[in-house]
Ligand binder design. Sequence first.
Ligand code: SF4
Ligand code: SF4
Length: 120
Amino acid sequence: MGIQIDLKKCVSCMACEMACGYHRDEGFALLSSCIMVTRGREKKDYSAVVLKEEENLVIARPEGVEVRKLGSTGKSDQDKGREDASAKPLLLREPCDLCSDRKDGPLCLQFCPVNAISLG
Ligand code: SF4
Ligand code: SF4
């Protein structure tokens, strides 16, 4: 089971990122969050949500979801330059633990205003 993100619904509000930072640090510390909204530089109004799991980096884009094994990017140099700049800090963070210490489940899911996050 893991966090599923539907980028067709996502409005890039970053509530999930703030909620996860709060879960980690009991403060709105974005640097602690294992879910992150990234914005593309080349395309206007283009964003993705990246989630760090124990073994994978899950990248949800409007055109679909990509799962990368941590340690391998499998992308072209051009793509690497665009995405890794924002994904890199995420690699140093704790992976998603599905908010296992919360009886009400994932905090990011509860904060998403458009129900773009689910458990699956
Ligand atoms: S389930 Fe919890 S740990 Fe995982 S991304 Fe959401 S808030 Fe963060
Ligand atoms: S909280 Fe929901 S709508 Fe906002 S950035 Fe996260 S996934 Fe997207």
